[in-house]
Write a protein that binds this ligand. Structure first.
Ligand code: TYM
Length: 327
């Protein structure tokens, strides 16, 4: 079986973009592949985190994975920081990655710009190399992610190829898997910016753990465009976003939905979309809250996952060390 690797940072509130761009697709791949779904806590600490909050968020992400349909019998669910190979391989890859290519990463440039590049952590700068290590450590073939990770995946491929050229065939060069709908969910209050966990504006995202009425209210208040026709086009970024979310949530196409809403208004679209999103997320929320009531079981499950991941990581790391002369 080919392998799948992906992960989500336990920072902020997981939202509809994370669900449609990542989680929903992971669940769909589960039977076909050997899967590693990681809670990337080492990535989360590249920006300051409150340790108490982080501890809770880690459990929350684990609960959401399982509640979304990730089955620990079929997929390895674990925390990045519990498998030391991630950090170790990241160091080896640091010595293969180039300063120039990391400097060109747009996510770093965006994030560093906000706080000032001078005071950004070195970890934030090195973030994409740790991400490459995550993927290459399991020799994953496929990495299901949202559009915003495309550049990081491209770097991962570059590092795998370069390592293979310098030291001989070692790593699988992974492919990103980015779907046509739901891969770039935009903020509800501003369709020009991505729906984001770190947004201070609650109304900008639907959290996976939002109550049904909160979801309805947020979608009712979502920004729309001028005009009244329900069509996806560049001059209607807000409606395009709502249609994209609707299509991804219900596994239909935008064209199909445009047909269905011909002659109907934005209000109808929003009402139906809200119900579709509630229908998708309400069961996830209920299951996640139930799982969070038993934190010890979640912790045990994550630890069992880490044990399996350590076994799988051992070989690729040993191989990379040997090739570099560190055996
Ligand atoms: P993170 O935690 O920001 O997001 C997790 C996943 O959700 C996707 N995503 C979105 N998809 C659609 N619309 C959005 N608005 C949206 N926002 C986020 C992301 O593309 C991602 O798939 N660097 C990664 C975590 C990571 C990782 C990895 C992923 C670390 N190591 C190895 C894959 C493989 C990140 O910050 O994701």
């Amino acid at each position: 079986k080919q392998r799948v690797f992906s992960g989500i940072q336990p920072s902020g509130n997981l939202h509809l973009g994370n669900y449609l761009g990542a989680l929903k697709n992971w669940v769909a791949l589960q039977d076909e592949y050997e899967n590693y779904f990681c809670i990337v806590d080492l990535h989360a600490i590249t920006v300051p985190q409150d340790p108490k909050v982080l501890r809770q968020k880690i459990r929350e992400v684990a609960a959401i994975y399982l509640a979304s349909g990730i089955d620990p019998e079929k997929s390895v669910v674990f925390r990045q920081s519990r498998v030391s190979g991630h950090a170790e391989l990241a160091w080896l890859l640091n010595c293969v990655a180039r300063f120039g290519e990391l400097s060109r990463m747009t996510q770093f440039k965006d994030k560093a710009q906000k706080g000032g590049a001078e005071s950004a952590s070195v970890g934030l700068y090195d973030y994409p190399v740790l991400m490459a290590a995550d993927i290459l450590l399991y020799n994953a073939h496929l990495v299901p992610v949202g559009e915003d990770q495309r550049q990081h995946l491209e770097l991962t491929r570059t590092l795998a190829r370069r390592f293979n050229n310098q030291h001989g065939e070692t790593f699988v060069v992974p492919e990103p898997m980015i779907l046509e709908t739901g891969a770039r969910v935009m903020a509800l209050d501003d369709p020009t910016s991505k729906m984001s966990k770190s947004s201070p504006v609650q109304g900008s995202y639907v959290a996976i753990l939002d109550e049904p009425d909160v979801i309805r209210r947020k979608i009712r208040r979502a920004k729309t465009d001028s005009g009244s026709e329900v069509t996806a086009s560049p001059d209607k970024p807000a409606i395009t976003n709502l249609l994209d979310i609707y299509a991804a949530t219900t596994s239909r196409t935008v064209a199909e939905l445009e047909g269905e809403y011909e002659g109907r208004g934005y209000g109808d679209l929003k009402k139906d979309l809200a119900e579709a999103v509630v229908e998708a997320l309400a069961p996830v929320r209920e299951r996640a809250l139930a799982l969070l009531d038993a934190p010890k079981e979640l912790d045990d499950l994550l630890e069992a996952g880490a044990e399996k991941a350590r076994g799988a990581a051992h070989r690729a790391l040993g191989d990379a060390r040997t090739k570099m002369g560190l055996d």
